[in-house]
Design a protein. Structure first.
Length: 129
């Protein structure tokens, strides 16, 4: 009886251990038509912050161990992948609208926007190796 209880508790904890990062919504037509260059830049910064959050939360911790026991960590990998994909989609849309409206990139950031986009598509945040 005790073994059954321990196994049941382990399965219960493992099921609750999958990390949840959230998603970034795609740009709506209304947003595309009404956003100013400043608002686009702010939204891009928010997406970058979201990607940083996902990167930090995806580091190994106790929930990683428990989720590995439940599904070999596949659930966490799928969740991270979907979160990063949603952010990359939104970022690409924001960059397209920015280019369409002729917004000027901030040169003080020191990052090449093409390199920055390529790093994000790979799932890595700029400046994080």
């Amino acid at each position: 009886m005790r073994k059954v209880l321990v196994v049941w508790l382990a399965v219960l904890l493992a099921g609750c251990a999958t990390k949840n990062y959230g998603r970034q919504g795609e740009l709506t037509d209304y947003e595309k038509n009404t956003m100013t260059c400043r608002e686009i830049a702010l939204e891009q910064a928010k997406v970058m912050g979201f990607l940083d959050h996902v990167q930090k939360e995806s580091e190994f911790d106790g929930r990683s161990v428990l989720s590995f026991l439940g599904d070999f960590g596949i659930g966490n990998l799928m969740e991270k992948d979907n979160a990063v994909k949603s952010a990359n989609t939104r970022l690409k849309q924001l960059q397209a609208v920015s280019a369409e409206k002729g917004c000027i990139q901030d040169e003080t950031s020191g990052a090449d926007p093409k390199t920055q986009t390529m790093q994000l598509i790979d799932g890595r945040s700029p400046g994080v190796e």
